[in-house]
Design a binder for this molecule. Structure first.
Ligand code: GSH
Length: 217
């Protein structure tokens, strides 16, 4: 088996994939792509050859001869390809749809607004200073979390859904990490905070945290 994950320690999309790999018990080689140093290694030709979107993560599965981007697609791929005690996408149609919806609340509606290139554009093209950029990122996280906290009131158990850890939790935990970076007051989100704590108590999540990666600085 030969799996490589190109990622960056603080990238929430890379963090999602690290958690999924750990939950599925997949051994992998981690290849750091520094998003800031040297003008951003995501823009280097050696990287854009495998990911022309200039974004991390990228998963390379040499046995299957596949190069995949988009963390949610990667997570679904891993879930289908590897058996483990964790099924990240439930089998039941309605449960599966709800898990994907919550994952997308985060991955489609929150994270892109706080992406590095968006924040850089605010500074570079729209005269925003660092304080304004932090306010911007926090605003969209709060708006997204307001809705998610309400949803969780009707469905959550120990994790986002009462059945088990799913792709929704895999998206939630990195977004909580990111919220703290942007000084979001997490006391407004007791359920989200509790679920993140429950997840982080699992070794698969704690091993995936940014500070535990070889490229953390
Ligand atoms: N929808 C993509 C998002 C990927 C993405 O936004 N990656 C960020 C890090 S979390 C990135 O590479 N940013 C580099 C940049 O903005 O220049 C996914 O889920 O994989």
């Amino acid at each position: 088996m030969s799996i490589k994950l190109y990622g960056y320690w603080r990238s929430t999309a890379s963090y999602r994939v690290r958690i999924a790999l750990n939950l599925k018990g997949v051994e992998y080689d981690y290849v750091p792509v520094h998003l800031v140093n040297n003008g951003g290694e995501q823009h280097k030709e050696s990287y854009t050859r495998i990911n022309p979107s200039h974004l991390v993560p990228t998963l390379v599965d040499e046995d299957e001869d596949i190069i995949l981007n988009q963390s949610l697609s990667i997570i679904e791929y891993l879930d289908e390809r590897y058996d483990s005690d964790y099924q990240l996408i439930p089998e039941h149609t309605t449960e599966r749809a709800r898990v994907r919806a919550l994952a997308q609340d985060i991955a489609c509606d929150i994270q892109p607004l706080g992406n590095l290139r968006v924040l850089n554009a605010l500074k570079g093209s729209f005269d925003a200073d660092q304080e304004a950029v932090v306010k911007w990122a926090a605003k969209w996280i709060r708006l997204g979390f307001d809705g998610i906290e309400k949803r969780l009131q009707t469905q959550a158990g120990k994790y986002c859904f009462d059945f088990d850890v799913t792709m929704a939790d895999i998206c939630l935990v990195p977004q909580v990490y990111n919220a703290r970076r942007f000084n979001v007051d997490m006391s407004a989100y007791p359920l989200i905070s509790k679920i993140a704590d429950n997840c982080n108590a699992l070794e698969a999540f704690s091993r995936a945290t940014p500070e535990n990666q070889i490229d953390a600085n």
